[in-house]
Write a protein that binds this ligand. Structure first.
Ligand code: SF4
Length: 169
């Protein structure tokens, strides 16, 4: 990049797609929304010890219209599912989903008719975090994995499609 050398590092040249991805991953806003025991670990991740401020996302948004990251933390019951899907649909585009914990990823120990056997049957999950429950460090790692994924997205030429899936596959 010859021009940067001549301008003494006062100007940085990049492409628009990289810049859009960087802006998105640097200003991701999570929705404050927990379903079961995993939610307590998610809440613990927001305390000062883990310093989510580093990623510009220390405040959980109370409204889906202000949020673009849904962390499904805990057991998703079928009774709760319509509310989860409605909140997801009300979130801003582009939006991302983290499935936190064994229950959100697969139904966990609840192999019964009342529990969703993996929220990815309904929502386009970007990152899965295993564990029962995962510790805050695991959620932090999941967030970093999501940031890395966002940086590889083709945000301009091939924008994300994040509709609710057809269930029961
Ligand atoms: S994965 Fe474990 S800790 Fe998390 S909601 Fe399920 S039972 Fe609770």
């Amino acid at each position: 990049m010859g021009i940067e050398r001549h301008l003494n590092d006062t100007v940085h040249v990049t492409n628009l797609e990289w810049f859009v991805n960087w802006a998105r991953k640097s200003s991701m806003w999570p929705l404050g929304f927990g379903l079961a025991c995993c939610a307590l670990e998610m809440i613990a991740t927001f305390v000062s010890r883990y310093d989510l401020s580093r990623f510009g996302m220390e405040v959980a948004r109370p409204s889906p219209r202000h949020a673009d990251l849904m962390i499904v933390s805990g057991t998703a019951s079928k009774k709760m599912l319509p509310a989860i899907l409605r909140i997801y649909e009300q979130m801003a585009e582009p939006r991302w989903v983290i499935a936190m914990g064994a229950c959100a990823c697969t139904g966990g120990i609840y192999k019964n008719y009342a529990v969703v056997q993996g929220i990815d049957r309904w929502l386009p999950v970007d990152v899965y975090i295993p564990g029962c429950p995962p510790r805050p460090e695991a959620l932090l790692d999941g967030i970093l994995q999501l940031h890395a994924k966002v940086m590889k997205e083709q945000s301009i030429h091939n924008p994300r499609v994040t509709n609710i899936k057809v269930a029961g596959r």
